[in-house]
Ligand binder design. Structure first.
Ligand code: ADP
Ligand code: MG
Length: 327
């Protein structure tokens, strides 16, 4: 069973950045308002994520570490309209099988915290009293130290940190209402307060992706047929240093969708007669029933039910925004 976990971990856990992604998503699913990420040595030595979310009680801790135990869906029927980011119950046991993992948590209505050590699938994890404010901390030490075959695929600390930083940026750009702190080797790299007002949101985007992106971006907010598209798309004046600044979110979930990308690119070509693939940060809100997010765990693929309609809406909205800018 430990071996099965380690093999399954290969699907979910590729490098420190994938651990950061899974843990951040869990914190968001737990309703956290502030998430702190502490990394040491690019996350290779330590990944510690602390949130102020709903927390887990003593009995829940072993379940959280058990394979295929999720508190997020209770039936196959719910899988159809899952709103949480996780729902497979695989991340924590997979990470625990390839690292030293400690889970410490306290629900808001409890006066005691408990902590559990991930020990693999065979034994129930020992649970002990701990000291912790309401919320959860997950500590992951020495990722892949026991799995040399995987360890050798890891890059330098700097590269691993860059990937993890990228994940934090992507997620911080998906939830403006949540505060994020990122520290690396004891130094604060990002400190983001909750951003609600338009100016605060812009400030977060500038801190995450640079003032230059914002200065050259067209802001948009279009609504039609029960859908809303907001965000920013850069005009050709933005000389992109970040090849990866092409983020699309559906209902606050980062997605990777060819149809969506096509709509963006087509509108850019139609209005600006430019063949480049522009930098953008776009948010689509729609009825969750119209989009299937239950694809591969590690990939961000989605399936739209009315794909033509979504494509046309994105295409038209962007054309309108780019034209209004004088494109
Ligand atoms: P999934 O997210 O797919 O449910 P995970 O292995 O990531 O599976 O987490 C297992 C369970 O542990 C979750 O369903 C949740 O109940 C609990 N859990 C994990 N992280 C947190 C957290 N930060 N706060 C509260 N509960 C958590
Ligand atoms: Mg999860």
């Amino acid at each position: 069973p430990q071996l099965i976990s380690q093999i399954a971990a290969g699907e979910v856990v590729e490098r420190p950045a994938s651990v950061v992604k899974e843990l951040l998503e869990n914190s968001l699913d737990a309703g956290a308002g502030h998430i702190r990420v502490d990394l040491e040595c690019g996350g290779l030595r330590l990944i510690r994520i602390r949130d102020d979310g709903r927390g887990m009680g003593r009995e829940e801790l072993p379940l959280a570490l058990a394979r295929h135990a999720t508190s997020k869906i209770a039936s196959l029927d719910e899988l159809e309209r899952v709103a949480s980011l996780g729902f497979r119950g695989e991340a924590l046991p997979s990470i625990a099988s390839v690292s030293d993992l400690i889970l410490t948590s306290r629900p808001h209505d409890a006066d005691e915290a408990f902590s559990a050590v991930g020990v693999g699938d065979d034994d129930p994890p020992p649970v002990r009293p701990a000291s912790h404010p309401p919320g959860t901390t997950v500590e992951v030490r020495d990722l892949f130290a026991r799995v040399p075959a995987r360890r050798k695929f890891l890059r330098t600390e700097a590269t691993e940190f860059r990937h993890a930083h990228q994940v934090v940026r992507r997620i911080a750009a998906s939830r403006f209402d949540v505060a994020f702190t990122l520290r690396h080797n004891g130094k604060t790299v990002l400190e983001l307060a909750p951003a609600t007002a338009a100016a605060e949101r812009e400030d977060r985007v500038a801190r995450l992706f640079g003032q230059d992106f914002l200065a050259h971006a067209v802001a948009l907010s279009e609504t039609a047929a029960g859908m809303q598209l907001t965000g920013w798309i850069a005009t050709p004046g933005f000389s992109r240093s970040r090849a990866d600044l092409q983020y699309s979110y559906v209902n606050q979930r980062l997605i990777q969708d060819r149809l969506f990308n096509h709509a963006v690119r087509a509108s850019y070509q139609d209005v600006l007669h430019n063949q480049r693939f522009p930098a953008y940060l776009l948010y689509l809100s729609m009825d969750p029933a119209g989009v299937d997010v239950n694809a591969h765990p590690a990939k961000a693929e989605v399936r739209f039910r009315a794909s033509r309609q979504v494509h046309d809406f994105v295409h038209q909205s962007l054309k309108q925004a780019l034209r209004a800018q004088g494109g």
